[in-house]
Design a protein around this ligand. Sequence first.
Ligand code: UD1
Length: 365
Amino acid sequence: MAPIVHVLGARPNFVKAAPVISALAAAGAEQAVIHTGQHYDARMSEVFFDQLGLPEPDVNLGVGSGGHAEQTAALMIGLEKEFTGRSPALVIVYGDVNSTIAAALVAAKLHIPVAHVEAGLRSFDMTMPEEVNRRVTDQLSALCLVTSPEGIGHLAAEGVPVERTHLVGNPMIDTLLANLDKFDTGAVREAHGLPERYVLATMHRPANVDAPETAANLVRRLHGVADLADLVIPVHPRGRANLLAAGLDEHDRVHILEPLGYIDFIAAVRGAAAVVTDSGGLQEETTILGVPCLTVRPNTERPITITHGTNRLVTFEELVPGVRKSLEGGPAGGAAARADERRPPLWDGHAGPRIAEVIMEFLGE
Ligand code: UD1
């Protein structure tokens, strides 16, 4: 049997792939994992493979960082050789990173069907590289595996035939729920010397951190948050230099951490009084953990986290008042995962098996 090939490149891919790979293994599928090397620091990659029980990649292309064209081109060249050599029955891609679009483009030209996990999300903001990646990947995919109901409408509006779209739920939430017993906030607090009550922030979007003036403006707002409560920031390598140059660490109540592994990170999120972020996945994770989330972006491709969750979009100006309001809103959230009936539909921990079922049926197994 020709293998199903998973293409993984960046941190959020690893969290989404773990339940899909394990469900396909349970269904008896032959699989291979190609790590593109888009993320390569041990803290951005290896720790996720270890903690999530992902299989050792069959190959790591070692593509690394670069401009969009440089990185995407290198990804495509490496992936074309791998796909030609392995003749996959199907290529599975995840999310919206450059490794996702590169794999979809290469597979399509080699007439290999593509399954896109997390299809149909739209921010309608074409200045985000992820929006470009999502739109193109969905057009090229034989199977659009959708996490959130509005995705079905977005795909239909773009002319994707309905028989290609499947609402399967959210595999990132499978991973969260499967590890719920392991998130020990006390242990993370102790390991990093964190106070009982804190706000956790992550910021890495190009629009927020790439321009030094914008990063400096953001740092002023984050210091405003730190005036209200201790602020814990695991710093993504992108933006690290600009945020530190703008004096991020020059506040007594700012705690800067290296990027955390999955278990420590979600444990820290679970114990936070509020989260400030521009991440996509964290909007979903806080929704399930019941932690107030302030997303510093003008839009979101995940509006269900606003309607069914704890998420709120804020401008730079609205950030400090928004955090104040969240802190006044009551005790820290996150003591328990949200009850089933309050979660977005199918964010129930069983997306992986649903995805495996659609894929096995597609392959005629
Ligand atoms: C990528 C995704 C983004 C996702 C994010 C999750 C794209 C276009 N963007 O953004 O959607 O939210 O991953 O983390 O694919 N770097 C390191 N070590 C690493 C990886 C990156 O130091 O292991 C640094 C490099 O300086 C690099 C920069 O981070 O130039 C950006 O990395 P890149 O993979 O291009 O994009 P991200 O910002 O990580």
